[in-house]
Structures are given as structure tokens and as C-alpha cells.
Design a protein around this ligand. Structure first.
Ligand SMILES: [Zn+2]
Ligand SMILES: [Zn+2]
Length: 451
């Protein structure tokens, strides 16, 4: 299957035409129109008013189109005038229009009396075979979580041709349970998952944001709908997202990427970025820089994660306990927490991704244990550090470690403060040397230092 992305933006696109926000400014020259795609030049996934021109601008034609699948009746997905343009072009081949009632009803008046157009009204649970001399497609109709205006619902499509299979999932919020069940084990070659609202929260669902998107992805991976070879492409993007380069970094951590208008994908060529593959990321940052949030975000699309909490439970320190509780509340229920400072063995034998938060508290605990604060045996702590770095290097699963960047502040007043600063600086350097990615988080913005 060959897929041409005709548009990868929300209804208003990105940049949004009348907007002057920082995200729109950053997206200039990187225009995303209304989301739609053309498969094998034959099958269209949504056809809003901008889609036909997008095809022509990308150097393609719609003359081979034999099937149009509409997800719902919102005006960025249904531009029925396209049917009149096709009529004017004297296209005599048959055409299937597939979609919920709400979408198809908008098309009926735009079809000429002699046009060979077949209306296939569908609802979730239906499956349809679409055949032309250009190929045969099997289409499963899935329920979307997207409020419809006119009645008739909104649907998503599971489309396969031969051994290739894709999921077209726009517009929708977190997928209904029935949809997850219907596509469990599908092992899609490509998933096009909408991510409309970026950093906006408290919107009336019906769309994903940067919190719900990775959770949906984790569920798709959990059920086998997506696997390590699945290409995950975010579409229906809007200016509620951070600037495109920052969004790209966030999506990369989830084994996903943003689609681009005019891009062509060939399925089954396996250039997926392989979420879950073993790699090490060190996340550095000052106090309250957002480093823990960023580290958690990096792993948010993994179905299961072991969280190594090295800070202890804070039994003696209510402020610390409150922070631990806040961290725990933020993490998905499927994450396992191991509260321990004996982490080397856990790193060496990991079978699922690990989040280690953080090296500073681990180091404090080791210095305590070795009674090395006041002129005690630092060599033993340094041995612990060597063992940790070796285990980090040997970790067979994906791993993310958080650490404090403490070296740039004032010189600590106490000897123990200076000892801690020096040892942590050393440990950070050693861990960084063994990490594929190193990130410094400043004011909530991750700055890549490596990878
Ligand atoms: Zn839309
Ligand atoms: Zn919509």
C-alpha cells in the first residue's frame, strides 16, 4: 500500500490562518491542511474541501479514485463539491462513497443522475469489501469517540489490502472499548492517530491531546493492534501543539512522528522508529525544571513500565512524601513501582522499560549506607557508582534515568554538600557517556544534548 498524506492538520489547519500565537509562528512554512489521505491513488480517507487541491499540489491526480471513505459529517472531512468536479471531468468509472448517514446525506445532491456512484451507509461493526480493477480492500468500520452534530455518528476505519493493514483514526478521543477489542492483535503496518489538542486540557474530549495520545498508543501496543514494526503517525494537528520541532521530540519518545502534508509512505518497508527498543536516556534538570514530568512523558506510550523510586517512601519527611504521592498520581496504573536503592540488578535483568528517578536520591542513600558523609570511605560509594553505570550499560530494556544538574549553583556551604555535588557531577558524566540520548530540561523545555 502506498499512502499519500493530503493533509495532516485540524479543521483550521496549522498554522491557523487568523492566529498569531507562538505555535503558529513556529509552524510557518510548514503548512498542514485538513486531514485526509489517498491510498494507492484509488481509495480516499476523508475528503474535506481542501483535499482535492492538496492532491494536485502534491503532483498527483484523483482520476483513479474509486472509493471515498468518510469518517463523519464535519465540514473538514466532507467537501461534497469534489463530486461535482469529478462529474465535470466526465469520469465514467464507478465510485463508492462509504460513511455514516450524516456524511453521505451531504453528498447526495452533488452527484449527477448518470454518475455511477454507490452510497454505502455504514456503522460500527460493519465490514465492507471494496473492489475495482486497481485492487481489493477490506474495510472494517469502527466506533469513534467523536460527537456528531447531525446524528449518524462518527467512525474510524481499519483498511487492509493483501497482507498490509492500516488504521485511520481521526477524529476521535480515547478509543471506545469495542474499538480496542475489534482491532486487538491486528499488528497494523501503520496507525494514523489524531492528536488535535496538544497541550490543551479540559477540552470536551472527542479528540486526543498529548496526555491521552500516548495512553491510547500504549493500549494499542498492549492489545497487539500495534507492534514494534508499526509506523505511528500523528495527524489532525493544530496550534494547541508545541512548535513542530518540540512536538517531533515528544512524539519520537513514543515511537511516533507527525505526518507531513504531501508525504508518501510505502507500507511494509519497516522504517518504524521502534518504540520499546533498548536505548538509554539521561534526563538532567534543576529543581522543579520539569525533568521528572519529561521523563515520564518519554515512556508514556509504553504499555508497562517499572518505576524505580530511589527516594524512599519519605516516612520521616511529610514534604517529600507529598511529592512522591504527586509523582505516583501522575503515572498510569499499569506502571509498577519498585522502591529500592538496590537498582543495579533490576537494571541488568529488566524485561520492560525502566524509569529511574532519580540518581540524586540514589546517591544520597548510598552515601548514607556507606557512612561516607564525614570523611568516611568514599571508595565504596565510587564502587557503587561503577556498578550502577555498568548495569545501566548492560540494561536490555529501554531505560530513562533522571538526575539533578547541581553543578551550576553556588558552592555548597558544607563539606557534605560539596561531596554530594562532586560525586553527582561525576555520576552524571559517567551515565551520560553510556546514554544514547541526553536531555537537559530547562523551564519545562527539553533541550537535547545528545541523540
Ligand atoms: Zn476534523
Ligand atoms: Zn470532527
Amino acid at each position: 500500500m502506498e499512502i499519500l498524506l493530503l493533509g495532516t492538520g485540524s479543521a483550521d489547519g496549522w498554522p491557523s490562518p487568523f492566529c498569531g500565537c507562538a505555535s503558529c509562528a513556529a509552524a510557518q512554512g510548514n503548512v498542514r491542511g485538513q486531514t485526509a489521505a489517498l491510498v494507492d491513488q484509488t481509495l480516499m480517507l476523508d475528503c474535506g474541501p481542501e483535499a482535492p487541491r492538496a492532491a494536485v499540489r502534491a503532483g498527483h491526480t484523483l482520476k483513479h479514485v474509486r472509493h471515498i471513505l468518510f469518517t463523519h459529517g464535519h465540514p473538514d472531512h466532507v467537501g461534497p463539491a469534489a463530486l461535482l468536479f469529478r462529474h465535470w471531468a466526465d469520469r465514467a468509472e464507478p465510485l463508492d462513497l462509504v460513511g455514516p448517514k450524516e456524511a453521505l446525506d451531504q453528498c447526495r445532491d452533488w452527484v449527477g443522475p448518470a454518475d455511477l456512484v454507490r452510497f454505502l451507509e455504514v456503522e460500527p461493526g460493519d465490514s465492507v469489501d471494496l473492489v475495482s480493477e486497481r485492487g481489493a480492500y477490506r474495510v472494517q468500520v469502527l466506533e469513534a469517540a467523536h460527537p456528531s452534530v447531525l446524528g449518524g455518528g462518527a467512525v474510524l476505519y481499519d483498511v487492509s489490502r493483501g497482507s498490509h493493514r492500516l488504521l485511520w483514526a481521526t477524529d476521535t478521543g480515547p478509543l471506545p472499548a469495542g474499538t480496542h477489542a475489534a482491532i486487538a492483535g491486528a499488528g497494523f503496518d501503520a496507525v494514523f492517530l489524531e492528536e488535535t489538542f496538544g497541550n490543551l486540557r479540559g477540552h470536551n474530549a472527542g479528540h486526543h491531546d498529548l496526555e491521552s495520545f500516548p495512553r491510547t498508543l500504549a493500549q494499542l501496543r498492549e492489545s497487539g493492534a500495534a507492534n514494534a514494526a508499526t509506523e505511528v503517525v500523528a495527524v489532525h494537528l493544530s496550534h494547541y501543539n508545541p512548535p513542530p520541532n518540540e512536538l517531533a521530540e515528544i512524539l519520537r519518545g513514543w515511537g511516533a512522528r507527525a505526518g507531513a502534508d504531501g508525504e508518501i509512505m510505502k507500507l511494509g518497508q519497516g522504517d518504524s522508529q521502534g518504540a520499546g527498543a533498548a536505548s538509554r536516556t539521561l534526563v538532567l534538570g534543576g529543581v522543579r525544571s520539569g525533568k521528572s514530568v519529561h521523563a515520564e512523558e518519554l515512556l508514556a506510550a509504553e504499555p508497562a513500565v517499572t518505576y524505580l523510586a530511589t527516594g524512599g517512601s519519605g516516612r520521616d519527611d511529610p514534604e517529600w512524601a507529598a511529592r512522591v504521592e504527586l509523582h505516583q498520581g501522575r503515572r498510569p496504573a499499569a506502571w509498577r513501582t519498585a522502591e529500592t536503592v538496590e537498582i543495579a540488578e533490576l537494571l541488568r535483568t529488566a524485561t520492560i522499560p525502566i524509569l529511574l528517578d532519580c540518581l540524586g536520591t540514589w546517591l544520597t542513600a548510598r552515601i548514607d549506607l556507606r557512612e561516607a558523609w564525614d570523611g568516611g570511605p568514599i571508595e565504596l560509594v565510587e564502587e557503587d557508582m561503577r556498578e550502577l553505570v555498568a548495569a545501566w550499560r548492560a540494561c536490555p530494556a529501554r531505560a530513562v534515568a533522571v538526575s539533578n544538574e547541581v553543578g551550576s549553583g553556588v558552592v555548597p556551604a558544607t563539606a557534605s554538600g560539596r561531596l554530594f555535588r562532586d560525586l553527582l557531577g561525576k555520576l552524571n558524566s559517567q551515565m551520560a557517556a553510556e546514554s544514547e540520548q541526553v536531555v537537559l530540561v530547562v523551564a519545562g523545555i527539553p533541550v537535547p544534548l545528545r541523540g
